[in-house]
Design a protein around this ligand. Structure first.
Ligand code: ATP
Ligand code: MG
Length: 182
């Protein structure tokens, strides 16, 4: 794990899809970096899986929206589409391996039913969360919550603190308290 700027992950993923499909991808990003302490490649995969679903289950829509914003100590990443949506009785099975919604409007759309199970697994490893809610009129909104990582620096060196890295935290706090020159 390392500090990862989620804004960059969003921009990279959007860039990779641009031109490969007919939907426009709208981005709403915060000013300044938005760090999480994470595995960059796995977070990229999370976003790819969600964007891939948003695109393929919205055959008649023109765009998808990706929003990144700050909550309290959290970063919230939302992927919204205006497509087929998800029937209420399927919601609790969405993140289960090999689960696919089976109805006539999507029988032609291929997949293995693994994308969301992988997303869930990766977020669990990051102590993050994912929730689904239906769009206001149609479509789907997936929201990811991850703890925001505030990089601290001493003498221009970024100090990497993990939640359970209590020794490093104690050192940092002591140095800060004593206002030691470094
Ligand atoms: P894979 O991602 O492994 O190629 P998949 O897309 O079928 O296959 P998941 O990504 O796990 O599998 O999604 C599970 C099911 O949830 C899908 O089959 C689809 O019916 C439904 N689903 C997921 N995302 C959306 C979405 N944005 N809009 C509508 N339905 C969705
Ligand atoms: Mg999928």
């Amino acid at each position: 794990f390392a500090p990862v700027d989620l804004r960059l992950v969003v921009e990279e993923v959007a860039e990779q899809w641009n031109g490969k499909q007919s939907h426009a991808i709208h981005l709403e990003l915060p000013d300044g970096p938005a760090y999480v302490y994470a595995d960059h490649d796995r977070l990229t995969q999370v976003l790819h899986n969600l964007v891939s679903n948003a695109l393929k289950y919205s055959p008649a829509a023109e765009c998808i929206d990706i929003r990144l914003r700050r909550g309290e100590g959290q970063l919230l990443l939302e992927i919204q589409d205006y497509g087929l949506g998800i029937p209420a009785d399927s919601i609790d099975k969405l993140f289960t391996k090999f689960f696919r919604v089976d109805n006539s409007d999507r029988r032609q759309i291929g997949g293995t039913g693994l994308g969301l199970a992988i997303v869930k697994e990766i977020l669990d490893v990051h102590k993050g969360k994912i929730t689904f809610r239906p769009g206001p009129e149609k479509g789907s909104i997936f929201t990811i919550e991850l703890k925001e990582y505030i990089p601290r620096s001493i003498g221009g060196k970024i100090l990497i603190l993990e939640d359970d890295d209590s020794l490093a935290r104690l050192m940092y706090e002591t140095i800060e308290k004593l206002e030691l020159p470094i």
